[in-house]
Write a protein that binds this ligand. Structure first.
Ligand code: MRU
Length: 408
């Protein structure tokens, strides 16, 4: 099973993405052929990949979206694809068609701001272009740089997160082993590689090799209803050999409390208390309010009851929305009801392993609730900045001054 979510071939301008609907049961890469669907043509587009959750995680959404623009332009300009509705002979009409296609792409998922930020930069490049050739070359270079920058950012977030965490431990005079908790998937699968919140966890695990005060255990929340925690984060942690336990989202308070009070009679996986809850973000607005996977807000509330636990948001600056002032202005995506009432999984054989048929792992969809019921299924929630102790980006770790955040 691969941890590479996005494979872009710069020479051929082709894009393949890991089908995350099948992880961890099966490795399947899907070719992305266009920005968005085109009526009458059977193709798999960036829009469909993002909306259908084949690819997910704010930075990965941005990268797949921006690469899909390059893929479509390559097909139109270099492979003479005529069915996408572009007028290659008229630059103004060409640009207008491209901008329409990008506007559709942006609507694929509304909460994560990275795709919008990436597309806004692409719009500026398109505006400034004086030929279809320069437009294509500049967008290609931009998308490749975006990918490389994201990877660099992830590593810098890891380093800055470690710096914050050890400075807090030193301030408190804490020595020995500690645990951390995370939600959703913010690792290699959600980014160009390495990860944001999970990048910090990876970096902490490396630090643990040569420190006495160290992260000993990770608690990964299952992350209902889409189970990014149990399917994806658990897979990444296992792959990286980082000690962890999977918990369901409703075990958090009991776990935190049991560890804080060192309750020996609760079969705890590790005695190391939780000192940090580290989460990713889909959009951080000017005051530091942070939208992330549903369930994040309640983690911050629990952390706020324990002065010894710090709540950390981790994200590249492509996740910052400088146009919105508070979290109230963030649009929260509603996902389809069936994503809560049904679950897809690999069929398990008597030995506990997935059953393989002729065509890969046998998958089954299971219904978990009566058919036809009402369901509320917001994909994200908003954690107010006053519940966040630090926001770590690739630039540095930000803490509040007089109760508020300022991002340069
Ligand atoms: O619905 P998803 O799986 O796209 O949600 C992902 C998250 O909420 C992540 O925490 C966030 O995008 C940051 S990924 C580095």
């Amino acid at each position: 099973m691969s941890l590479e979510a996005i494979k872009f071939d710069e020479k051929r301008a082709t894009l393949r993405i890991l089908n995350q609907l099948l992880v961890p049961y099966e490795t399947q890469y899907l070719a992305v052929d266009a920005i968005a669907p085109v009526e009458g043509i059977d193709l798999f587009s960036g829009y469909t990949a993002i909306k259908g959750m084949y690819t997910r995680g704010a930075p990965a959404i941005m990268l797949v979206g921006c690469f899909s623009v390059v893929v479509e332009l390559n097909r139109v300009l270099n492979e003479n694809e005529t069915r996408f509705g572009y007028d290659v002979a008229d630059l103004a009409r060409f640009k207008s068609r491209l901008l329409d296609r990008i506007s559709v792409l942006i609507q694929s998922r509304p909460t994560a701001v990275n795709l919008l930020n990436g597309c806004n930069e692409m719009r500026q490049i398109i505006d400034a272009s004086t030929s279809t050739t320069s437009l294509y070359t500049d967008l290609l270079q931009f998308a490749v740089k975006l990918y490389k920058d994201d990877l660099k950012s992830n590593h810098a977030i890891g380093a800055n997160g470690v710096e914050y965490i050890y400075s807090e431990l030193e301030k408190e005079g804490f020595t020995g082993e500690f645990s951390v908790m995370t939600i959703c998937n913010t690792g290699s699968l959600a980014t160009s590689g390495y990860g944001t919140a999970l990048g910090i966890i990876r970096a902490l695990h490396q630090e643990a090799q040569h420190r006495a005060t160290k992260m000993a255990h990770v608690y990964a929340c299952e992350t209902r209803p889409y189970n990014q925690g149990s399917r994806l984060t658990a897979y990444e942690l296992q792959y990286e050999k980082i000690p962890f336990s999977l918990i369901t989202d409703n075990m958090v308070s009991f776990l935190v409390d049991s560890l804080a009070k060192n309750k020996a009679n609760r079969s705890l996986p590790s005695a190391a208390p939780i000192k940090f809850i580290i989460v990713g973000a889909d959009r951080i607005v000017k005051n530091g309010d942070l939208a992330n996977k549903i369930g994040t807000f309640q983690l911050s509330l629990i952390a706020s009851l324990y002065p010894s636990i710090k709540f950390i948001g981790a994200a590249p600056t492509t996740t910052i929305d400088f146009t919105r002032s508070t979290g109230d202005e963030i649009v929260i995506e509603q996902r389809p009801k069936k994503e809560l009432t049904q679950i897809m999984g690999g069929v398990v054989g008597p030995d506990g392993a997935f059953v393989h048929g002729n065509n890969g792992v046998q998958m089954q969809k299971i219904s978990m609730a009566p058919v036809g019921i009402d369901v509320w299924n917001p994909s994200f929630d908003v954690t107010p900045h006053d519940k966040i102790d630090a926001i770590v980006t690739e630039k540095k770790f930000f803490t509040k001054t007089n109760g508020s955040y300022t991002f340069e």
